[in-house]
Design a protein around this ligand. Structure first.
Ligand code: PLP
Length: 372
């Protein structure tokens, strides 16, 4: 993330906030094991507990409800395995760390990428086996918000528990464990200015939870292993800094209206329903997402393909497929995600780079058509 480049990929990882960097350095200097009884251990314990209070405050939880993990993936894995329900219903647009944890029944989403509540209700009614329902707060590719409180209402009627992957919502807009009424909430620090490799599963007091992480009994026997003290200190600092959420929706709206002026045939996915203020998923028809990502990278602008991209390989997006997009449209979808460090000039640079690419592509199409 050099100073000259424009970074609009916060949904992948948001740059570290300076205050977080300082908190991590201080914790690293301190060292120590929070389980040690001597003064260094007690100081490390104090950092962990301060981090816990700050993370709890971010999502309206009690500190004792926060279980630190190595990130969102582990939090999702722990929740799905730890609840002890054999029947798991997950929405079609969940992250792979939910969908690949075990066999799930899949609740469909509509064309806007919102979970189909009527279908979920039918699924819940279809069996007497008590279920765990897993529905995310906001989708990582489109930013589309899910009707979590309604999901909770349906789940309660059917005696089901609810897990919510709030990895993309927390720190961007208000997420409230008890307001939503969910039993389990997954968080990840690096999506809102904290370090990678640290997250939390928030377990509502009284919700069933049995861990398979055995060892030293840390995290009140819910996740064994010496705590990542520096990571937790950074997570806490990021949570504190992000308490008011992001104020970037105006930038996003300007971006989308400018891009649509340049390419009126382009399509913003999920724009008809409430979304995170920081995320735009847009298709430039006929131009593969990889081509756009590379062209924008050469222009110094970092964004992602709309398709899920792990290990650097772009694969077809299951989220956009679940929304019913044609493969050609899904293959041309970009994800642009802003965050705490985004300024208006970043948006100008992206618009200019996108315009240049669009002109190049449409001109070469025209010359090809003329030559044919
Ligand atoms: N859940 C969602 C919705 C995500 O977007 C991600 C990461 O992209 C994860 C879970 C996994 O989080 P982590 O990278 O902290 O393991």
């Amino acid at each position: 993330m050099s100073a000259a480049s424009v970074y609009l990929d916060h949904n992948a990882t948001s740059p570290l906030r300076p205050v977080v960097f300082d908190a991590i350095v201080e914790a690293l200097k301190l060292g120590g094991n929070p389980s040690s009884v001597h003064r260094t251990g007690r100081a490390a314990r104090a950092l962990v507990e301060a981090g816990r209070r700050r993370v709890a405050a971010l999502v309206g939880a009690l500190p004792a409800e926060v279980v630190f993990t190595s990130g969102g993936t582990e939090a999702n894995n722990l929740a799905l395995k730890g609840v002890g329900r054999r029947r798991v219903i997950a929405s079609a647009i969940e992250h792979d760390s939910v969908l690949k944890t075990g066999a799930c029944e899949i609740a469909p989403v509509d064309g806007n990428g919102v979970v189909d509540l009527a279908a979920l209700e039918r699924m819940l009614a279809g069996s007497t086996e008590p279920a765990l329902v897993s529905v995310m707060f906001a989708n990582n590719e489109t930013g589309v918000l899910q009707p979590v409180a309604e999901v909770v209402r349906l789940a309660r009627q059917a005696g089901a528990l609810v897990h919510c992957d709030a990895v993309q919502g927390a720190g961007k807009q208000r997420v409230d464990l008890h307001g939503l009424g969910v039993d389990y909430l997954s968080l990840s620090a690096h999506k809102f200015g904290g370090p990678t490799g640290v997250g939390a599963l928030v377990v509502r007091a009284g919700a069933p939870f049995e861990t398979d992480r055995k060892g030293g009994g840390q995290e009140s026997n819910r996740r064994a292993g010496t705590e990542n003290v520096a990571g937790i200190a950074g997570f806490g600092a990021a949570a504190e800094a992000a308490r008011d959420g992001l104020d970037v929706a105006k930038l996003r709206d300007r971006l989308e209206s400018e891009l649509l002026k340049i390419a009126p045939e382009a399509k913003v996915h999920g724009s008809a329903v409430p979304r995170l203020g920081n995320t735009t998923c847009i298709s430039m028809p006929g131009v593969k997402a990889e081509t756009q990502v590379m062209a924008l990278d050469l222009a110094g602008v970092c964004i992602s393909a709309g398709a899920a991209c792990s290990s650097g390989k772009v694969t077809r997006s299951a989220v956009l497929a679940a929304m019913g997009l044609e493969p050609s449209e899904a293959e041309s979808a970009l994800r642009i995600s802003s965050g705490w460090s985004t300024v208006s000039e970043d948006i100008d640079r992206l618009i200019a780079a996108w315009r240049d690419l669009y002109i190049r592509v449409t001109h070469s199409d025209m010359s090809r058509a003329r030559a044919a």
